[in-house]
Design a protein around this ligand. Structure first.
Ligand code: PLP
Length: 395
């Protein structure tokens, strides 16, 4: 099939909900992707932070293949070993106490919101259902998580949204305090706002927020759908912020390309969701769980240290481009935001990068976001950097 044929087929039979790039992906190896005719792309996007081990990673392929032969699905009516072993890994490596597996980030965030509201209902009864989230956040596309998202552009068309969210300013504890009150059960944050522009929260703000939440018995909920699973250079980003949240969600990178997500709860919250209160048919699917175990097995301390070194390498190289090319570069680990100068035509830059076969993402109003596979090689990064420099600085 040619690219034009594929594009026509897609347009004829699929809901056109995505503004796709004019690129078709056929296969991949490492952090390099290949189109229908074998054309090569350097991948700084990893399928939006999903392909943590890149493409065709031998240990990942082996784990998926073996589990596919053995058992693809059993449902949560039965015990399965990959499910329990994955939960053990996640808890032992984070200090959290128990895991619920879901299938995508928005769905995991629905779960964490249910957990917070039930925690409060069990302890205080009705009336404490409001969750304070941050301006510029992103928490998903369901009717509830759209409203949890602190950006007005997401609050359109689909009325009525789930009520019970108020929005505070990031890095401003007084603003959070002003939005919280008698009706509040939790505060939900991303530690690095991803879609919002690759904005890491201030460490002092986060620690003070954690202490204040504990004082008020508001749960501190952390959405690590994008920042989790090694992306920011620690297994979970909260580990760099020296806090232990009450509950954490993860998704994107966990299973290295298969749909999987989850909620981790600390000791205080591990028994909030009880039989019959929360469930999913696919959650913790054996193949996805086996894939996730393969991902976690690769992400040891040495690997995570390497993620930080690669992230620093990218940021240093980009910061050393001519001073007038880039406003600033920021982020943690391999979650990098290149903030463009005011007035720069971002869409044109992104198109120029795609024309050079460099796949990037955008975030916020004027940021180019890089989320490469965590296994990206220095040779692949250098090829991407060369094109970035040419395009950003006008070769
Ligand atoms: C991507 C993302 C989501 C939504 O995840 P889906 O798997 O698309 O439902 C939620 N929160 C954050 C921080 C994300 O980056």
């Amino acid at each position: 099939m040619t690219f034009e044929e594929l594009k026509a087929l897609d347009h004829q039979y699929t809901m056109q909900t995505y503004g796709r790039f004019d690129v078709a992906i056929d296969h991949g190896k490492g952090a390099t992707l290949y189109g229908l005719e074998g054309e090569e792309y350097v991948d700084f996007a990893s399928g939006i932070g999903v392909a943590s081990l890149g493409y065709g990673h031998p240990a990942w392929v082996k784990a998926v293949e073996e589990q596919a032969h053995k058992l693809a699905h059993a449902s949560n009516l039965f015990y399965t070993e990959p499910y329990a072993r994955l939960a053990q890994q996640l808890c032992q490596r984070t200090g959290m106490s128990a895991v619920f597996f879901a299938n995508g980030g928005g769905e995991a965030n629905e779960g964490i919101i249910k957990l917070a509201r039930k925690y409060s209902f069990d302890k205080y009864g009705k009336g404490r259902s409001t969750i304070v989230t941050l301006r510029n956040s992103f928490h998903g596309r369901t009717i509830t998580t759209l409203n949890a998202t602190g950006q007005d552009v997401f609050h359109n068309y689909f009325f009525p949204f789930t009520e019970g969210f108020r929005y505070a300013l990031a890095d401003d504890l007084d603003s959070v305090k002003a939005q919280a009150g008698e009706d509040t059960c939790a505060v939900l944050i991303e530690l690095v706002q991803g879609e919002g522009g690759v904005l890491p929260l201030d460490k002092t703000f986060v620690r003070e927020l954690a202490n204040w939440c504990q004082e008020k018995d508001y749960l501190l909920l952390v959405d690590e759908v994008q920042t989790g699973v090694g992306r920011t250079g620690s297994l979970f980003c909260f580990q760099q912020y020296s806090i232990l949240p009450d509950a954490v969600t993860f998704a994107k990178g966990i299973a290295g390309g298969l749909p999987m997500a989850g909620v981790m709860a600390n000791e205080k919250c591990r028994n909030v969701l009880t039989p019959g209160t929360h469930a999913t048919t696919f959650g913790g699917n054996p193949i996805a769980a086996a894939a996730a175990l393969a991902v976690l097995n690769e992400l040891d301390d040495a690997f995570l240290a390497g993620v930080n070194v690669k992230g620093e390498y990218l940021k240093e190289k980009i910061a050393s481009f001519r001073a007038d090319c880039v406003e600033t570069v920021r982020g943690l680990g391999l979650m990098v935001g290149i903030v463009l100068k005011d007035g720069v035509d971002r869409a044109a830059l992104v198109k120029a990068l795609y024309d050079r076969h460099i796949l990037v993402l955008t975030a916020g109003p004027k940021t180019i976001r890089l989320l490469p596979p965590l296994v990206i090689s220095y040779e692949e990064m250098d090829r991407g950097l060369e094109a970035l420099k040419d395009v950003l600085c006008g070769a």
